[in-house]
Ligand binder design. Structure first.
Ligand code: SF4
Length: 417
């Protein structure tokens, strides 16, 4: 539907990086920014891991990483990869043989941590094997596991130290002619992460994988992840992203996808619900109505922006950019499409009417649904708005009646002063 493709603004031009290919998914160059997440199951348990991979893909993950920390995990990868809906990246720490085993299993990407995989000949052997198989590697630098020599040389995990770690690893790769690389310089500190990626972006032309590591549980983890990732994306930096949350990884994939959609970097696949924060003018419980709308619409996977507004006085105007919306007033719901009132319905039916209209709007398009607007809807809505505006100064929210009831409960004077 044309409604879903509207451009609502642009960010800084994306910094051009070289393009690599992770299985079927391009990363870098002019490829769309991709979403990653990581499984939390034992990779050796192929069935449980595949179940999680399918859930992650459904939530918006383009790429999924699985740990490869033991022989049984590599065997699990061999069973998972042929059945996975998205390319699989093996996460490698400490043991280069695990990288070699993951390559044998057929992974589409590797992530190496240069902080704990330090022997030059082992790194070169892995890069050489990856080169022969056309498998890219992410140099995954992490402030928390920086090589001790670099920590000493730079006096801590500074942006310069993180970038130097990636540069050293790149030099090993270059020795065997391997350049199929993306880079991450993650930290749990958001300012350090931002500065490190800015420096990495100036230093390398490889694609960058963005993330705030060990961000913790939501909502704080989501805020930290968004602060770091969105800041860089808005500057045009970043080719693939991962939220690191202490939560079901589906939350990570969903957050990544939603962030990219919110920034206009990926086309919207599902619902974008906007709702007013409510205020003293609200004519309905906005939180409850928004929750009911979200529950009803999310499972329908409609690529649509829907607004829930607490009052008819300001709602339709403030949400005129939304594809569809509802505003409450005088025990009625004003249903609007792109700010134009198309129907006035009883308050108790407003959620059901909104959901039905959302389905029709996606099926028939904006012009057809505007043409099907109720005659007189605009006039009825205008009358409601006028009445409410005239009620300004009187008690539009029946607050004084409620105060009288409270006082009665406590046996006090029921007269309001
Ligand atoms: S739409 Fe109405 S109720 Fe919601 S915040 Fe704006 S003025 Fe308040």
């Amino acid at each position: 539907m044309e409604a879903m493709a509207r451009d609502r603004g642009t960010l800084a031009r994306r910094r051009r990086t070289r393009r690599i290919q992770v299985g079927t998914v391009p990363v870098g160059g002019d490829a769309p920014v991709t979403v990653q997440s990581m499984t939390t199951t034992k990779t050796a348990d192929a069935e449980a891991t595949l179940t999680q991979i399918y859930a992650l893909a459904a939530a918006g993950a383009d790429l999924v990483r699985c740990t490869c920390n033991e022989e049984a995990a590599a065997e699990g990868l061999a069973r998972i990869i042929p059945r996975s809906p998205v390319p699989i990246i093996a996460d490698i720490h400490f043991h280069h043989e695990m990288a070699l085993a993951a390559l044998e299993a057929g992974v589409q990407g590797l992530r190496l941590n240069p902080g704990n995989l330090r022997k030059a000949h082992e790194i070169k052997l892995v890069a050489s094997e990856a080169k022969d198989r056309g498998v890219p590697i992410r140099i995954g630098v992490n402030a928390g596991s920086l090589h001790p020599d670099l920590y000493k040389r730079f006096g801590g995990a500074t942006p310069e130290a993180l970038v130097e770690s990636a540069r050293m690893e790149l030099a090993y790769f270059a020795d065997v002619g391997f350049e199929d690389v993306k880079i991450s310089v993650k930290a749990s500190s958001v300012p350090l992460m931002i500065e490190s990626y800015r420096l990495a972006s100036e230093t390398f032309d490889h694609p960058l994988h963005l993330g705030v590591t060990e961000a913790g549980p939501p909502p704080a983890g989501l805020i930290k992840g968004t602060a770091g990732i969105a800041t860089l994306l808005a500057e045009g930096i970043g080719d693939t992203i991962r939220y690191s949350l202490t939560a079901d990884p589906v939350e990570e994939a969903r957050a990544g996808r939603r962030l990219l959609e919110a920034l206009g970097l990926r086309e919207r696949k599902g619902l974008d619900l906007i709702a007013c924060p409510s205020c003293g003018r609200a004519e309905v419980d906005v939180i409850a109505v928004a929750a009911a709308v979200q529950e009803a619409l999310e499972s329908r996977h409609l690529p649509i922006q829907v607004a829930v507004m607490g009052c008819v006085v300001n709602g339709p105007g403030e949400a005129r950019e939304a594809d569809l919306g509802i505003a409450a007033g005088r025990r009625k719901g004003h249903l609007f499409i792109r700010g134009k009132i198309v129907r006035v319905v009883p308050e108790e039916d407003m959620v059901a009417e909104l959901v039905a209209e959302a389905e029709r709007l996606v099926a028939e398009g904006v012009d057809a649904r505007l043409a099907a607007a109720d005659e007189g809807a605009e006039a009825a809505a205008a009358a409601d708005r006028r009445d409410l505006l005239q009620a300004k100064g009187t008690d539009a929210n029946a607050s004084e009646a409620k105060v009288a009831l409270i006082r009665k409960r406590f046996g006090g004077d029921t007269a309001s002063d």
